[in-house]
Each structure stands twice: as C-alpha cells, then as structure tokens.
Design a protein around this ligand. Sequence first.
Ligand SMILES: *[C@@H]1O[C@H](CO)[C@@H](O)[C@H](O)[C@H]1NC(C)=O
Ligand SMILES: *[C@@H]1O[C@H](CO)[C@@H](O)[C@H](O)[C@H]1NC(C)=O
Ligand SMILES: *[C@@H]1O[C@H](CO)[C@@H](O)[C@H](O)[C@H]1NC(C)=O
Length: 493
Amino acid sequence: WNKLPLAVQTTESLAGSNLWDVPTSHLHPSTNFSSKLFWEPQCQTQLRHLQDRTRITATIPPRLDGHWVSSRCEVRAGPEFLTRSYIFYPTRLFKAFQHYYCDSNCHVPAYSLIIQGKLRLRQASWITHGATEAEHNLQKVTLVIHNQWAAHRLETRLPSSCLRLGSGVQLVPSKLYELFNAKAKRDCLGALHFSMMELDLLRLEIQYHPLHQPSKELFLGDVHTDQNQRAHYRPTGYQQPLQNTMHHIHPCPVCALMYQSSEQSPPILPPSWSIPLNLNGHWISQRCEARPAVLFLTRLFVFNEEHHTWEGTYHHYSDPMCNHRTFTLVASGHYARMEPSSKVQGATELVFKVIRAKVTMFEQTMLQMLNSSEEGSCGQAGGWEPGAEQDITWTAGCGMLGILLPHKEYELFKMEKDHKNRSLLLIGERPTDGSSPDRPVKRPTSFQTPMVQCSPDTAVPQHYSSRSDVSTGPEVSSAIIHHSVFSIFLIVN
Ligand SMILES: *[C@@H]1O[C@H](CO)[C@@H](O)[C@H](O)[C@H]1NC(C)=O
Ligand SMILES: *[C@@H]1O[C@H](CO)[C@@H](O)[C@H](O)[C@H]1NC(C)=O
Ligand SMILES: *[C@@H]1O[C@H](CO)[C@@H](O)[C@H](O)[C@H]1NC(C)=O
C-alpha cells in the first residue's frame, strides 16, 4: 500500500477499512529530532518548544461540540477581512457566523452571514494526515448588512432576482435577508463566491499547559485563493485555527469579543497592532504548519535590511507533528522593498529573488530519484546521500524538485505585535493551484500563518545540522515538488 495514501485524491469511501484508521507505517518510531537541530542558540529554545509535541493531542474523529471563534482579524485572498464564530451542536447541526469588514483591522463591520446546516464526519483523511474528512449540508444562509456602504456594494453584487426584491429595491442595514434556503430552492451564494467547503476538512488539537487548563484549537480546511474556485475546492490544508470559547489560548482578547457578538452586533476588533516593516532578524514558525497538497513544514528566515539579503530554511515532514523529516531546503537571495499595499492596509509589497539553493534529502524514494537523475539536472547526480546537503545552484535549480534558479517572486509582507509584545511577520499566501507568484498580478492579497521573531540578529546562521544518522522516513512515491520561495508544494501524481 506504500503508494496508496498519497495517491488517493478523492474522498470516496475506502472500502474494507475502519474509517478512522490511517495507514500507520507512516508513523514508525521517531528519531530524536530535537537533539538534531543545531540552529543558533537564540532560536533553538523556541524551536525545541515547537517540536515538543507531547503536549499536543489530536483525536480522530474529533469532538466538535461547542463554540469556536477567531482569535484575530483574518484575511482571505481578494482581499476579504473577516472573523468567524462557529457553533457545533451534538445533533450534528451547526450555526456559523461570518462577519465581514470594510478594513484590514476588522474594525468597521460591513455585513454578517448566518449559516445553518448539518455536518457529518466521514473518515480519517488519507491525504492530509491527522485530519478528518467531513461533509456539510447547508440549510439556510442569512445576510445582515451593517452600513450603507456595504449595502450599496452588495446591491451591485447580488442579482435582485435572487433576493426576490424586484428591481429598484434597496438593501437596508439591520434587516435579515435570506440568501440561501435548501427548502425554498433559493440560492444567491454564487454571486458572493460563498462556500463552506472549509468544513470538509477538520483537525482538533488539544494542547496541554503546565499552568492552566488545556486549550482547544479547531483547524478548518483552507479556502482557495482564487474566488471562482472556492465552491468546488476540496481543502487539503488549513486556515488559522479557531479557539474554543471555553478552552482558548491565553491571553485572547479577541475571543471574548467574539463570544459576546451576534449578527446584529458584530465584533469590533481593537485598532491594529500592525507595526512598520523591519525584517531584520531571525523568524520562525510558531507551529508545525500544514500546507495544501500534503506538506508539513517549519520555516526559519533571516533577513538583513541593510544588505537586502535573506535566507530561508524549510524543514519538510511527512507527519502533522513535524517529527519525520523528508527533506530540507535552504534558499537565499536578495529582495527589494516596493511600496505600501493599496489592497491590504499596513502591508508592504516586495520583490524577492532566489539565487541559491541547497537541498538535504532524508526520504528514500526521492533520494533514489535525485541520485539517478541526469548529470547536471539536479546537483551532482550519484552524489545524493541521506542527510547530506547538496548545492543545486550550479545546475540552475532542480527540475525534479520544481526549483528553477534564479527565480523572482512578488510578495506581500506585514508585521504586527502579538499580545505578548512579540513581533510577528506575515508572509503572502501562495496561490492554491501551486503556481508561483512570479508576476505582479499574482502578488498575494492574504497571508500564511504568522512567524515570530526569535532573534534580532541579522547574521545568517552557520548552517543547520546535516548529521546523517537519520531514519529513512516514510516512502513518498513519485512525488514532484513545485517550488515557490515561501512555500513548497508536494504534488501527487
Ligand atoms: C532527545 O535527546 C535529548 C538530548 O540528547 C534528550 O535530553 C531527550 O531526552 C531525548 N528525547 C527523547 C524523546 O528521546
Ligand atoms: C547514489 O549513486 C551512486 C552512484 O551510482 C551510488 O554509489 C550511491 O550508493 C547512491 N546513493 C544512494 C543513497 O543510493
Ligand atoms: C514592546 O516592545 C517594544 C520594542 O519592540 C518596546 O519598546 C515596548 O516598550 C514593549 N512594550 C511593552 C508593554 O513591553
């Protein structure tokens, strides 16, 4: 079955097996990972913490009952600014509120959607390890508008026929409008590019803390960056997690605002914690990150604003706890800062150039592939050994890994302070279709999971460990990696 798990792309029933089991040989005993990372000391402690996954459990199937809310102003490609407040009942019914805003701080509410329906958990996902697949049925979607500006905007977007208002009728704030009703066969959702496909992939993490009660986070499926694809896109990655209102991370000022809100009084988030962009220093992932198309990774970036140089280290894993390494990529180059974004307030447009790249492969199948590649196409053919780093700059990248050098990308960055006064760096979300934002029109309008500053030091680290006493890791068959500077997609044939 080695080839199976990653090859299964559909969600059709997998006959014969227990729905909640996934192949377990993917999870053979871990090597002692934390002892192998030798990044510079300032960041090391924080990375250890990140890898200490004993504090986190994720059960399949998850128990969703309860109230789950956003902990920050969320940005979706477009851009759209929103907060979410979802309630799941033991009866499998759900009631979800999505509050949309005029501004990137979620300070001026535009309109809210009240979404009611039913959710059925189906099986453990074979594509996104650690996730549960589900199927939702919408019953009703209702709209409430909060101001005149939004009313005008929606009047132009919603065909008057779908609301059965007749022509010339104006939308008014505070009134309830039914956009969708399964029984009445009414459907205005297409015009809003609305979709709840995010409910079709779930992961619930319980995190144990030494000093206070456990916190619960609900990860729902990612939303396609192309709005026209949203209604059909089956998620394989996640959005920012929702917090359980009874068991949330501390502190979470936004959680309280969310909890107290309703469709008529949407949460008004406090003014931005956005700060001027100063990239200097080392930045790391705050968790094991999941990417669409089956990738788990942690990221480390070093920027030097004076020399406009950067280096990114991407550790890739085959499991949602980031314990089983598959490969590591170190990319570097320079960047230019352009101008403030006109689409996302507080964000900055940049252009990145990737000049050099080095790859360390741990995963056997990919290792064999690279090792038997044509000379000059991907580092030194026949020179690939597990855990040994190879420079792929001189072969202009590595076709097999989808890396072309040099390579240019159009970026959107933003910096914020979190509640602990730590600096956060938000880097543009990659196009869901796996392409690279290599043209200005493809510049992101939304962000990936924020990274946190672990050191203000701008010196590029010596190098990360390339010790080779590594387990062979899981087999990943015929994988092709499409490369994009700030993310890597593992696309499965
Ligand atoms: C990993 O290695 C470190 C240092 O060698 C050690 O302190 C720790 O107990 C090990 N952890 C596990 C799970 O073996
Ligand atoms: C890579 O190829 C070389 C030359 O064919 C061979 O000697 C070496 O054992 C191979 N390494 C691996 C890990 O397969
Ligand atoms: C937050 O950090 C900044 C420096 O980044 C510092 O000047 C400020 O005093 C800090 N604020 C608090 C409340 O610690």
